[in-house]
Design a binder for this molecule. Structure first.
Ligand code: HEM
Length: 150
């Protein structure tokens, strides 16, 4: 069966290109925000610098992370319908990892609100460690979708 046979027809490759482009924006935002949190951690609660980091973090969430995640999901599900991926093992693994990435973004939002309230719940070292997770997940997702090992 040709890849163009699904409901997207000839638009399939354009949709996939747009999907991967917004994946780049999403993953870039998931790397950037925890980095901001590490620097924010070092500011005194209530200081001008503290408020400046809170504003920067809010912009990353509203302008990059949320729109990019939504577009990645919508285009990804369109691609999944087009190639009928729901029955494929690699896609189940990929979906589990992207749900985990989306949950991680949810945690980042909650943590950002606590930072904005002047709290510093985690050690910087822990925050840097957590920051490695999206990179590992992204690498596994790319292997699953390109190699399709199962
Ligand atoms: C959010 C939910 C997501 C869904 C439902 C989804 C679904 C899909 C589907 C069905 C395809 C087409 C596969 C094919 O044509 O063979 C695809 C392509 C791709 N996806 Fe996703 N995806 C999602 C998120 C992501 C994320 C987070 C990444 C990377 C971190 C990613 C990376 C890719 C890549 C690199 C391709 C192109 C693969 C190729 O050309 O063979 N996707 N995605």
């Amino acid at each position: 069966m040709s890849e163009m046979a699904g409901f997207l027809g000839l638009a399939y490759l354009w949709v996939k290109a747009a999907h991967v482009t917004f994946v780049l924006f999403w993953i870039a935002g998931l790397f950037l925000l925890p980095r901001f949190y590490v620097y924010h951690h070092e500011t005194a609660p209530g200081s001008a610098e503290d408020r400046a980091w809170t504003a920067r973090e809010d912009r990353v969430r509203r302008i990059i992370l949320m729109p990019a995640m939504l577009v990645v999901w919508v285009l990804g599900l369109m691609l999944a319908l087009h190639i009928d991926a729901f029955a494929m093992g690699w896609f189940h693994g990929k979906l589990a990892l992207v749900i985990a990435l989306s949950a991680y973004q949810g945690w980042l939002s909650v943590y950002g609100k606590r930072l904005a309230a002047g709290k510093r719940p985690l050690e910087n070292k822990t925050l840097r460690l957590i920051n490695e997770l999206p990179g590992i997940a992204a690498a596994l997702i790319v292997v699953l979708v390109i190699v399709k090992p199962f």
